[in-house]
Design a protein around this ligand. Structure first.
Ligand SMILES: *Cc1c(COP(=O)(O)O)cnc(C)c1O
Length: 390
């Protein structure tokens, strides 16, 4: 839809102007929110041939096209589908590329509901599911089988932030004939563009930073040229389209995502570095810290870090973790992240099969919001003091 070309412009210019062209709608800066099921055809011949741009609400509207075009520009993709949640952005591409008798390799540090989908739905459909070490790199070729159709990656991993060597995994997977998918929610396309590193399909929970305000659920899936047709067909077949108001909110969110991310990054790094110096903390799991095992991969491939990371309490168990969480006043106890407000959760690793890690104590995940860092630090200090006496 966009006729203006921002491809060679800076990332903030593209976030500000990507997607819609104001001249398409009387000059209004933002695209209309089109609430649609039926689209009318001018005559029977056009209707029979279905050869007009829009034919039915499930197949796209000017609103969904605007967001898809904006994401395509950011990801460098051939096409993007928009789905009602981040989880749907994981399940739809897996359903598109896997059939009975196929084998799928999934990183063991994957977002838990992705694992749940694989272990239940994919298993029921006759797909063989295997998990691999996040640090496997080119060694993934040793796990490839003739029927391995998908290699699923997520980097950094959920909750423990293991970095994957995405270019090495993608190369080996493609050599073995598999489609490579990446859940890129942590970095957003501002800090990592998977398709430039050999990935075929880039997945986002737009619920997180793109939406940014803890009030919208949405997912996007972006494909390169060779994977787009199948992904698009599956999206239409499943009828899994997103609601126009939510789509609009995410496009609106993109306009400020760059500046929000910069603040999330700055706050999170300040707090992560402070945590590293605290007595009750065994280590901090943040890819941008020099002390983190995957730091070199992050530095090589990523343009920045976002606002979510974890730390390990020095000793203790659930009692200490709960004491920490219950002492917090600014942090909310709740799932998801990417919103303006700080959140904390006690990490559960009981579902891991190969990447269990060897941690000194309970792991606490922090989503660092846009509050003043000194206030966030005081809140965490309160939590650490409570954990110590627990
Ligand atoms: C949150 C999340 C999702 C799912 O997004 P929802 O919109 O909450 O369904 C998928 N992948 C990752 C890595 C996430 O953090």
């Amino acid at each position: 839809m966009t006729t203006r070309d921002f491809k060679n412009k800076g990332i903030h210019t593209r976030l500000a102007h990507g997607g819609n062209d104001p001249r398409d709608f009387h000059g209004f800066v933002n695209p209309p929110v089109v609430h649609a099921s039926t689209v009318l055809f001018p005559d029977a011949a056009t209707m029979a041939a279905r050869n007009q741009k829009y034919t039915y609400g499930t197949r796209g509207t000017p609103t969904s096209d605007a967001l898809a075009a904006a994401i395509d520009d950011l990801e460098g993709s051939a096409g993007t589908i928009i789905v009602p949640s981040g989880l749907a952005a994981v399940t739809i591409p897996l359903l598109a590329f896997l059939s009975a008798g196929d084998h799928v390799l999934i990183v063991d540090s994957v977002y838990h509901p992705t694992r749940n989908f694989a272990d239940t739905m994919l298993a029921r459909l006759g797909v063989e599911v295997q998990y691999y070490e996040p640090t496997i790199g080119a060694g993934i070729s040793g796990l490839m089988k003739p029927n391995t159709k998908v290699v699923f990656t997520e980097s950094p991993g959920s909750n423990t932030f293991e970095m994957q060597d995405i270019p090495a995994v993608a190369r080996a997977a493609r050599e073995g004939g598999a489609v490579v998918m990446m859940d890129n929610t942590w970095a957003t396309p501002v800090y990592f563009r998977p398709l430039e590193h050999g990935v075929d399909i880039s997945i986002h929970a737009a619920t997180k930073y793109p939406a940014g305000h803890s009030d919208v659920l949405l997912g996007t899936v972006s494909a390169n040229e060779r994977s787009w047709k199948k992904l698009h067909e599956t999206h239409i077949t499943m009828g899994c389209c997103a609601a126009p108001d939510d789509v609009y909110q995410v496009l609106r969110g993109l306009r400020t995502m760059g500046v929000r991310l910069e603040r999330h990054e700055k706050n999170a790094l300040e707090i992560a570095r402070w945590l590293e110096r605290q007595e009750g903390v065994a280590r901090v799991l943040h890819p941008a810290l020099e002390s983190f095992p995957g730091h070199e991969l992050w530095k090589r491939d990523f343009g920045g870090s976002s606002g979510i990371f974890s730390f390990v309490l020095k000793g203790g168990g659930e009692k200490e973790a709960h004491a920490f969480l219950d002492a917090l006043e600014i942090f909310g106890l709740g799932y998801s992240w990417g919103g303006y407000e700080s959140l904390a959760v006690n990490v559960f690793l009981g579902d891991r099969t190969v990447a269990k890690g060897d941690y000194e104590g309970p792991i606490i995940r922090l989503q660092i919001g846009l509050e003043n860092p000194e206030d966030i630090i005081a809140d965490i200090a309160r939590g650490l003091a409570a954990a110590k006496v627990a």
